[in-house]
Structures are given as C-alpha cells and as structure tokens.
Design a protein around this ligand. Structure first.
Ligand code: FES
Length: 386
C-alpha cells in the first residue's frame, strides 16, 4: 500500500499533509522518515486505533497459569472495554464483556475465585459461562431474560498464552500466529510456567514502547555502560521481516547474568544450543517477544491515553527451574534486572512523547538498525488505512 489516495479514514485524520507524511514513512528504509508526531499525540488517532486495530486483532492478555482452578477469574480493560475471563466448572476458559445486562455495571472486579458473578448494583447474577441465573424483583417485567447472558468474546490458547479477540470474524488464532510460531514455537512456552508478571506504567504513547523495545540503534548511545550487548554476528542482517508487521531476530549475546552464567541454567530442551542464544520478535499489534536460553518474555504494550501506556512483562521459566535452591532470590534479581532496564529507558520514552508534541518536530530519517520499527509502523499504517 502506498501513500496515494486514502479513502477509508475520516478526512481529518488523514489530511493532505498527513498523507504526504505517511508517504515518507512508506519509502524504502534508507529513504524513509519516521511517523509524524500527531500519530503519537492525537486523541482522534487513538480512537481510530481502537476501531481499526484493537477491536480486530488477536490480543495476548495473559497466561493460563493465571487461572489454574475452576472458578478462577480475572478482569481487565482494553481501551476502556471491561473484560472478564473465567474458568468454569469443566475447566474451560471463556471471556466476556464485563458489562451487566441491566445497566452496565462491571459484574466482577479485580481477580480471584468465584462460583458466580453478582452485579454489585442490583444483584443480577451470572454463572461462570456468563449466563444470567437470577434477576431479583424482575418478575413483573415484560422483558424476556431467558437467553440473557454477558456478551461473549473470542478467547483461544496458544502454547499456554491466552489470546482474545473482539472481532467475531477475525481469522483463527492459529492462522494469525503461524509465522510467529514457526520462528519461536521451538522454545516451547507450553512447557514453561509464568514466573513473574511486572506491570510498568509509562508516560508515553503505547507505540513508543513497542518501537523502543525493538530499537537496536539506541543501545550503544543510551546504554553504553549498561545493557549494550556485546553482539557476535551482524544483528542487522539476521532480522527477518514477517507478514503483518512481525519480525524475528536470532542472534547471540553474552548471558545476562554478571558472572556469565544464567542462574536458572538452560531450558532442558535447549541443552544443545549456545549459552548466548537470544531471540527478539514482534507480533502485531502490541507484543514484543524476547527470549534467552533460560527464559521467554512477552512484553505487551497497552494504550491508556495518547500519552500514557501500560507495559506488562511476562517472564516464563521451565518448570524445572522452580525447584532450584534459592529460586525466589534468583527470580527477584532477574525481575529487578528487567525493571532496571525499563527504568533506564523511561526518561527517553517520555522525552520522545514531549518532543513529537513540539510544533518544531519533523520526522527524521531511519538508521539501517531501525528496520524492524520501519516494518512495524508500515504495518500499522496498513491497518489504519485498510
Ligand atoms: Fe447490574 Fe443493575 S446494573 S444489576
């Protein structure tokens, strides 16, 4: 798709100057420019992202280990949409809109274990499959409540990861994840267990978090004494661009622990792989993937407002690691390392947000190390203008 006439979106979003700016982003990498600032600051853009992207794509919302028992549930909000996910008495996971059929109050809050969900306002009660079971003092009403239930959403599990789609016509999850699975499925996340879930709120647009997490260009300048990995091989050349804005990068780095050894050891099924094995990747719209020989991470960026986002970092370890002596302390150090890495970059992400809001900001050219970001933002434009 090039930047010619765009007919779908509202005129105000894709004005002539916008189309021109997008054309610059759509150039080949060595001629391309970054996106204009209003893509990261505009409330209008955010609302359009909701319709065009978040209400259509499959979204990674967690791990099955978060809901291990019958009656376990969790709630979340995605761009203002309240969601309820529950495991029923037969062990099945289901997702609903967490919106009471009476007046819309959220029927469940937080996370926990329940036999049913009782709306806190007037007491309408739903079972774990979202079916209305009781509606007090409604017998005089002419309303037909026999088939009343919370609106169901599509939910599927991929190798232990829980995905949700608001779109009843979205393609099957397996088809959407085929390329991602080909690149990273051999790491066997289904044989791992969620060890840590870290939630970090950022004062920047969600796309800055996504782009930043795949930005190899900043490592030497911004992490000269910290994170810069001593790379073996040319990372730039190893990047594989995948359909739908995905990418994968397989390379080698020094192990993340200071003494050069992973505290958890290799995943048992990766014993024949190098100690410094590392993978990076992306699954649209908001999942940055990272793995080392000992752990797998999903880093999921959620919009909260045009200038605020929430990064949720899931760390998986093989089940065998949990039995190692000193596991809790080792895991604490591991989680701190991740937190420190994000904190090192918090200021620069916030500064990006400040800078693109300036009337003097003009999108600059991309480095050859920004190939993944170029691919991802072009896929974003495809989704927004399709
Ligand atoms: Fe839920 Fe009235 S809003 S019972």
């Amino acid at each position: 798709m090039s930047g010619e006439a765009i007919t779908g979106p509202p005129r105000s979003l894709f004005s002539l100057s916008g189309v021109k700016a997008f054309r610059a982003t759509r150039e080949e990498l060595r001629r391309a420019r970054h996106l204009p600032g209003y893509v990261y600051t505009s409330r209008e853009f955010e609302e359009y992202e909701k319709d065009r992207i978040f209400m259509r794509d499959w979204l990674c919302i967690g791990r099955v280990e978060e809901l291990p028992n019958h009656g376990d549930y969790m709630t979340l909000r995605i761009m203002g949409e309240p969601i309820l996910v529950a495991r029923d008495g037969k062990g099945r996971l289901a997702a609903f809109s967490n919106v009471c059929r009476h007046r819309g109050v959220e029927v469940a809050q937080g996370a926990g274990n329940a036999r049913e969900f009782r709306c806190p306002y007037h007491g309408w009660t739903y079972d774990l499959r979202g079916v209305l079971k009781a509606a007090p003092e409604m017998s005089d009403s002419a309303a037909e409540l026999g088939n009343c239930r919370l609106p169901m959403l599509r939910a599927e599990v991929y190798r232990g990861w829980l995905f949700l789609s608001f779109d009843p016509d979205a393609p099957p999850l397996a088809a959407t994840l085929a390329d991602f699975d080909r690149e990273f499925g051999w790491l066997r996340p289904e044989d791992c267990v969620l060890a840590d879930k870290t939630v970090i709120d950022l004062d920047c647009n969600w796309k800055f978090a996504v782009e930043h997490l795949m930005d190899l260009y900043h490592l030497r300048a911004a992490h000269a004494e910290g994170l810069a990995p001593p790379c073996r091989g040319n990372q730039d050349r190893a990047v594989k661009l995948l359909p739908r804005g995905g990418y994968s990068l397989h390379f080698e780095v020094a192990p993340s622990a200071k003494n050069g050894l992973s505290p958890f050891g290799k995943m048992p099924w990766l014993m024949d792989r190098p100690d410094g094995l590392a993978c990076l990747g992306f699954l649209a719209p908001n999942l940055n993937f990272a793995a080392r020989v000992d752990a797998i991470r999903h880093l999921v960026s959620w919009p909260l407002a045009p200038d605020r986002s929430r990064l949720i970092c899931y760390t998986l370890l093989p089940a065998e690691a949990f039995g190692k002596p000193g596991f809790a302390a080792m895991l604490g150090a591991y989680a701190n390392c991740l937190r420190r890495a994000v904190e090192e970059d918090r200021a620069v992400m916030q500064s990006l947000q400040n800078g693109v809001g300036s009337r003097h900001f003009e999108p600059g050219p991309l480095s050859s190390l920004e190939g993944p970001a170029h691919h991802v933002i072009n896929n974003y434009l495809n989704a927004m203008t399709a």
